[in-house]
Design a protein around this ligand. Structure first.
Ligand SMILES: NC(=O)c1ccc[n+]([C@@H]2O[C@H](COP(=O)([O-])OP(=O)(O)OC[C@H]3O[C@@H](n4cnc5c(N)ncnc54)[C@H](OP(=O)(O)O)[C@@H]3O)[C@@H](O)[C@H]2O)c1
Length: 263
Protein backbone atom coordinates (compact mmCIF):
# COMPACT_ATOMS: atom_id res chain seq x y z
CA UNK A 1 0.00 0.00 0.00
CA UNK A 2 2.85 2.41 0.79
CA UNK A 3 6.20 0.94 -0.30
CA UNK A 4 7.68 2.70 -3.34
CA UNK A 5 4.62 4.95 -3.79
CA UNK A 6 4.55 8.73 -3.45
CA UNK A 7 2.72 10.92 -0.95
CA UNK A 8 2.32 14.68 -1.22
CA UNK A 9 1.90 16.29 2.21
CA UNK A 10 0.99 19.95 2.61
CA UNK A 11 2.05 21.59 5.85
CA UNK A 12 4.83 19.04 6.35
CA UNK A 13 7.19 21.44 8.14
CA UNK A 14 5.62 20.90 11.57
CA UNK A 15 2.96 19.18 13.65
CA UNK A 16 0.64 16.60 12.11
CA UNK A 17 2.09 17.02 8.59
CA UNK A 18 5.66 16.45 9.79
CA UNK A 19 4.49 13.41 11.72
CA UNK A 20 2.82 12.02 8.56
CA UNK A 21 6.14 12.53 6.75
CA UNK A 22 8.09 10.51 9.33
CA UNK A 23 5.52 7.71 9.46
CA UNK A 24 5.11 7.35 5.69
CA UNK A 25 8.85 7.54 4.95
CA UNK A 26 9.26 4.79 7.55
CA UNK A 27 6.82 2.70 5.50
CA UNK A 28 8.98 3.19 2.39
CA UNK A 29 7.00 5.98 0.71
CA UNK A 30 8.65 8.66 -1.37
CA UNK A 31 7.46 12.12 -0.41
CA UNK A 32 6.78 15.57 -1.76
CA UNK A 33 6.72 17.94 1.22
CA UNK A 34 5.07 21.35 0.89
CA UNK A 35 5.07 24.41 3.19
CA UNK A 36 6.62 27.91 3.40
CA UNK A 37 9.57 27.10 5.71
CA UNK A 38 12.24 26.06 3.24
CA UNK A 39 14.98 25.39 5.80
CA UNK A 40 12.73 23.12 7.90
CA UNK A 41 11.56 21.18 4.83
CA UNK A 42 15.13 20.70 3.56
CA UNK A 43 16.26 19.48 6.98
CA UNK A 44 13.29 17.09 7.12
CA UNK A 45 14.05 15.80 3.61
CA UNK A 46 17.71 15.17 4.46
CA UNK A 47 16.81 13.34 7.66
CA UNK A 48 14.20 11.11 6.01
CA UNK A 49 16.31 10.30 2.93
CA UNK A 50 19.27 9.32 5.12
CA UNK A 51 17.17 7.30 7.58
CA UNK A 52 14.75 5.52 5.27
CA UNK A 53 16.42 5.54 1.84
CA UNK A 54 13.40 7.18 0.17
CA UNK A 55 13.17 10.12 -2.23
CA UNK A 56 11.93 13.36 -0.68
CA UNK A 57 11.28 16.44 -2.83
CA UNK A 58 10.76 19.86 -1.31
CA UNK A 59 8.21 22.30 -2.75
CA UNK A 60 8.26 25.69 -1.06
CA UNK A 61 4.92 27.44 -1.41
CA UNK A 62 2.67 29.90 0.36
CA UNK A 63 -0.67 28.20 -0.16
CA UNK A 64 -2.64 31.37 0.53
CA UNK A 65 -1.39 32.88 -2.71
CA UNK A 66 -3.54 33.04 -5.85
CA UNK A 67 -2.82 30.06 -8.10
CA UNK A 68 -0.72 28.37 -5.36
CA UNK A 69 -2.26 24.99 -6.16
CA UNK A 70 -1.42 25.35 -9.87
CA UNK A 71 2.13 26.34 -9.02
CA UNK A 72 2.56 23.28 -6.76
CA UNK A 73 1.03 21.03 -9.41
CA UNK A 74 3.37 22.46 -12.10
CA UNK A 75 6.37 21.76 -9.90
CA UNK A 76 5.29 18.15 -9.32
CA UNK A 77 4.81 17.73 -13.06
CA UNK A 78 8.31 19.11 -13.70
CA UNK A 79 9.67 16.65 -11.14
CA UNK A 80 7.87 13.91 -13.11
CA UNK A 81 6.26 12.61 -9.95
CA UNK A 82 2.85 10.99 -9.74
CA UNK A 83 1.00 11.37 -6.47
CA UNK A 84 -0.50 8.18 -5.04
CA UNK A 85 -1.54 9.70 -1.71
CA UNK A 86 -2.47 13.36 -1.28
CA UNK A 87 -2.59 14.64 2.30
CA UNK A 88 -4.30 18.03 2.52
CA UNK A 89 -3.04 18.97 5.95
CA UNK A 90 -1.76 22.58 5.93
CA UNK A 91 -4.07 24.77 7.96
CA UNK A 92 -4.24 27.70 10.33
CA UNK A 93 -6.73 28.87 12.93
CA UNK A 94 -7.42 32.32 14.30
CA UNK A 95 -8.90 32.85 17.75
CA UNK A 96 -10.67 36.03 18.72
CA UNK A 97 -13.70 38.20 18.08
CA UNK A 98 -14.59 37.99 14.38
CA UNK A 99 -15.00 41.72 13.73
CA UNK A 100 -11.87 42.64 15.74
CA UNK A 101 -9.47 40.35 13.89
CA UNK A 102 -7.93 41.60 10.64
CA UNK A 103 -9.99 40.69 7.60
CA UNK A 104 -6.94 39.75 5.53
CA UNK A 105 -5.89 37.18 8.13
CA UNK A 106 -9.30 35.53 8.02
CA UNK A 107 -9.41 35.64 4.23
CA UNK A 108 -6.03 33.88 4.16
CA UNK A 109 -7.38 31.26 6.56
CA UNK A 110 -10.18 30.52 4.09
CA UNK A 111 -7.74 30.42 1.16
CA UNK A 112 -5.37 28.01 2.95
CA UNK A 113 -7.92 25.79 4.70
CA UNK A 114 -10.45 25.64 1.85
CA UNK A 115 -9.69 27.19 -1.51
CA UNK A 116 -6.23 25.75 -2.12
CA UNK A 117 -7.35 22.36 -0.81
CA UNK A 118 -10.16 22.24 -3.37
CA UNK A 119 -7.91 23.42 -6.22
CA UNK A 120 -4.98 21.12 -5.48
CA UNK A 121 -7.30 18.14 -5.08
CA UNK A 122 -9.07 18.92 -8.36
CA UNK A 123 -5.73 18.98 -10.21
CA UNK A 124 -4.25 15.84 -8.66
CA UNK A 125 -7.52 13.88 -8.74
CA UNK A 126 -7.59 14.07 -12.55
CA UNK A 127 -4.37 12.02 -12.70
CA UNK A 128 -5.60 9.57 -10.06
CA UNK A 129 -8.84 9.01 -11.96
CA UNK A 130 -6.94 8.28 -15.19
CA UNK A 131 -5.03 5.57 -13.32
CA UNK A 132 -8.21 4.55 -11.40
CA UNK A 133 -6.04 4.52 -8.30
CA UNK A 134 -5.23 6.96 -5.53
CA UNK A 135 -5.96 8.08 -2.00
CA UNK A 136 -6.65 11.40 -0.35
CA UNK A 137 -6.62 12.28 3.34
CA UNK A 138 -8.26 15.61 4.14
CA UNK A 139 -7.35 16.89 7.58
CA UNK A 140 -10.48 18.57 8.95
CA UNK A 141 -11.16 19.01 12.68
CA UNK A 142 -13.64 18.20 15.41
CA UNK A 143 -14.37 21.95 15.23
CA UNK A 144 -16.17 21.28 11.95
CA UNK A 145 -19.07 19.47 13.61
CA UNK A 146 -20.52 22.53 15.37
CA UNK A 147 -20.31 26.31 15.16
CA UNK A 148 -17.27 27.67 17.01
CA UNK A 149 -17.78 31.26 18.22
CA UNK A 150 -14.42 33.09 18.53
CA UNK A 151 -13.04 30.67 15.95
CA UNK A 152 -15.95 31.40 13.64
CA UNK A 153 -14.00 31.23 10.39
CA UNK A 154 -11.88 28.25 11.43
CA UNK A 155 -14.87 26.08 12.40
CA UNK A 156 -16.63 27.05 9.18
CA UNK A 157 -13.60 26.12 7.05
CA UNK A 158 -13.47 22.71 8.71
CA UNK A 159 -17.24 22.21 8.32
CA UNK A 160 -16.70 22.91 4.61
CA UNK A 161 -13.90 20.32 4.45
CA UNK A 162 -16.00 17.64 6.16
CA UNK A 163 -18.98 18.20 3.84
CA UNK A 164 -16.90 18.49 0.65
CA UNK A 165 -14.60 15.59 1.52
CA UNK A 166 -17.47 13.21 2.31
CA UNK A 167 -19.15 14.13 -0.98
CA UNK A 168 -15.88 13.47 -2.77
CA UNK A 169 -15.70 10.05 -1.08
CA UNK A 170 -19.14 9.21 -2.48
CA UNK A 171 -18.39 10.52 -5.98
CA UNK A 172 -15.05 8.72 -6.41
CA UNK A 173 -15.35 5.47 -4.43
CA UNK A 174 -16.44 3.42 -7.45
CA UNK A 175 -13.47 4.71 -9.45
CA UNK A 176 -10.64 3.31 -7.34
CA UNK A 177 -10.12 6.41 -5.18
CA UNK A 178 -10.18 6.42 -1.35
CA UNK A 179 -11.03 9.65 0.43
CA UNK A 180 -10.65 9.85 4.20
CA UNK A 181 -11.82 12.81 6.27
CA UNK A 182 -9.56 12.93 9.32
CA UNK A 183 -10.92 14.97 12.25
CA UNK A 184 -8.39 15.55 15.03
CA UNK A 185 -9.23 17.05 18.40
CA UNK A 186 -6.69 18.94 20.47
CA UNK A 187 -3.24 17.95 19.25
CA UNK A 188 0.15 19.08 20.55
CA UNK A 189 1.46 21.13 17.61
CA UNK A 190 2.35 24.75 16.84
CA UNK A 191 -1.25 25.63 15.98
CA UNK A 192 -2.11 27.28 19.30
CA UNK A 193 1.08 29.33 19.29
CA UNK A 194 0.28 30.48 15.73
CA UNK A 195 -3.28 31.46 16.66
CA UNK A 196 -2.09 33.25 19.79
CA UNK A 197 -3.62 31.38 22.69
CA UNK A 198 -5.36 28.36 24.19
CA UNK A 199 -8.99 28.30 23.11
CA UNK A 200 -10.06 26.28 26.13
CA UNK A 201 -11.44 23.57 23.83
CA UNK A 202 -12.24 20.42 25.83
CA UNK A 203 -9.81 17.51 26.02
CA UNK A 204 -6.09 17.00 26.43
CA UNK A 205 -3.50 17.59 23.71
CA UNK A 206 -2.53 14.27 22.09
CA UNK A 207 0.72 13.68 20.22
CA UNK A 208 0.50 14.26 16.45
CA UNK A 209 1.71 10.68 15.89
CA UNK A 210 -1.57 9.42 17.40
CA UNK A 211 -3.60 11.46 14.87
CA UNK A 212 -1.45 10.09 12.04
CA UNK A 213 -2.01 6.49 13.19
CA UNK A 214 -5.76 7.14 13.35
CA UNK A 215 -5.74 8.57 9.81
CA UNK A 216 -3.69 5.76 8.29
CA UNK A 217 -5.74 3.06 10.03
CA UNK A 218 -8.88 4.65 8.56
CA UNK A 219 -7.28 4.66 5.10
CA UNK A 220 -6.27 1.01 5.42
CA UNK A 221 -9.81 0.06 6.57
CA UNK A 222 -11.38 2.09 3.76
CA UNK A 223 -13.30 4.37 6.13
CA UNK A 224 -14.95 7.61 5.03
CA UNK A 225 -14.53 9.74 8.15
CA UNK A 226 -12.61 9.26 11.35
CA UNK A 227 -12.56 11.32 14.54
CA UNK A 228 -9.43 10.95 16.64
CA UNK A 229 -10.13 10.18 20.31
CA UNK A 230 -13.22 8.70 21.93
CA UNK A 231 -14.09 11.92 23.79
CA UNK A 232 -13.96 13.93 20.56
CA UNK A 233 -16.12 11.29 18.87
CA UNK A 234 -18.85 11.69 21.52
CA UNK A 235 -18.68 15.49 21.45
CA UNK A 236 -19.29 15.34 17.68
CA UNK A 237 -22.20 12.91 18.09
CA UNK A 238 -23.85 14.96 20.86
CA UNK A 239 -23.53 18.15 18.82
CA UNK A 240 -25.77 16.51 16.22
CA UNK A 241 -28.42 15.51 18.78
CA UNK A 242 -28.92 18.79 20.65
CA UNK A 243 -30.63 21.88 19.19
CA UNK A 244 -28.23 24.12 17.22
CA UNK A 245 -28.97 27.10 19.49
CA UNK A 246 -28.04 25.12 22.60
CA UNK A 247 -24.83 23.89 20.95
CA UNK A 248 -23.72 27.32 19.76
CA UNK A 249 -24.42 28.84 23.18
CA UNK A 250 -22.38 26.12 24.86
CA UNK A 251 -19.53 26.65 22.36
CA UNK A 252 -19.75 30.39 23.03
CA UNK A 253 -19.23 29.79 26.76
CA UNK A 254 -16.38 27.31 26.26
CA UNK A 255 -14.40 29.27 23.67
CA UNK A 256 -15.25 32.64 25.26
CA UNK A 257 -13.45 31.84 28.52
CA UNK A 258 -9.96 32.74 27.31
CA UNK A 259 -10.79 35.05 24.46
CA UNK A 260 -9.22 38.43 23.90
CA UNK A 261 -9.95 40.49 20.83
CA UNK A 262 -7.50 38.40 18.82
CA UNK A 263 -4.51 39.50 16.78
N1 LIG B 1 -3.37 20.88 16.47
C1 LIG B 1 -4.66 20.75 16.67
O1 LIG B 1 -5.14 20.85 17.82
C2 LIG B 1 -5.57 20.46 15.50
C3 LIG B 1 -6.88 20.03 15.76
C4 LIG B 1 -7.72 19.77 14.70
C5 LIG B 1 -7.29 19.92 13.40
N2 LIG B 1 -6.00 20.36 13.16
C6 LIG B 1 -5.61 20.55 11.76
O2 LIG B 1 -4.41 19.86 11.52
C7 LIG B 1 -3.74 20.46 10.41
C8 LIG B 1 -2.26 20.62 10.75
O3 LIG B 1 -2.11 21.55 11.79
P1 LIG B 1 -1.08 21.35 13.00
O4 LIG B 1 -1.89 21.24 14.23
O5 LIG B 1 -0.09 20.31 12.67
O6 LIG B 1 -0.44 22.81 13.04
P2 LIG B 1 1.04 23.36 12.79
O7 LIG B 1 2.02 22.59 13.60
O8 LIG B 1 0.94 24.84 13.01
O9 LIG B 1 1.29 23.03 11.26
C9 LIG B 1 0.68 23.77 10.24
C10 LIG B 1 1.37 23.48 8.93
O10 LIG B 1 0.73 24.26 7.91
C11 LIG B 1 1.72 24.99 7.19
N3 LIG B 1 1.23 26.27 6.74
C12 LIG B 1 0.70 27.27 7.48
N4 LIG B 1 0.43 28.34 6.70
C13 LIG B 1 0.80 28.00 5.43
C14 LIG B 1 0.80 28.66 4.18
N5 LIG B 1 0.35 29.93 4.09
N6 LIG B 1 1.27 28.02 3.09
C15 LIG B 1 1.74 26.75 3.19
N7 LIG B 1 1.76 26.06 4.35
C16 LIG B 1 1.31 26.68 5.45
C17 LIG B 1 2.84 25.21 8.22
O11 LIG B 1 4.09 25.39 7.55
P3 LIG B 1 4.86 26.78 7.30
O12 LIG B 1 4.59 27.65 8.49
O13 LIG B 1 6.26 26.34 7.14
O14 LIG B 1 4.28 27.31 6.03
C18 LIG B 1 2.84 23.89 8.97
O15 LIG B 1 3.62 22.95 8.29
C19 LIG B 1 -4.47 21.77 10.15
O16 LIG B 1 -5.30 21.63 9.02
C20 LIG B 1 -5.29 21.98 11.40
O17 LIG B 1 -6.45 22.74 11.15
C21 LIG B 1 -5.15 20.61 14.18
Amino acid sequence: MYQGKTALITGASSGIGESFAHELAGKGMNLIVVARSEAKLKQLAQTLMAKHNVQVDVVVADLTQDHAAHSVYDQITQLQRKVDLLINNAGVASYGVFDKMPLEKQENEIKLNVLTVVSLTHLILQDMLKRRQGAIINVASGSGFQPTPFMAVYGATKAFIISWSESLWAETRSQGISVVTLCPGRTATNIQEVMGGDTGAPGKDVPPAQVVQTGLRALEKDKMTVIDGLGNYWVAQLARLFPRKFVVNLSYRIFGKNVTHGV
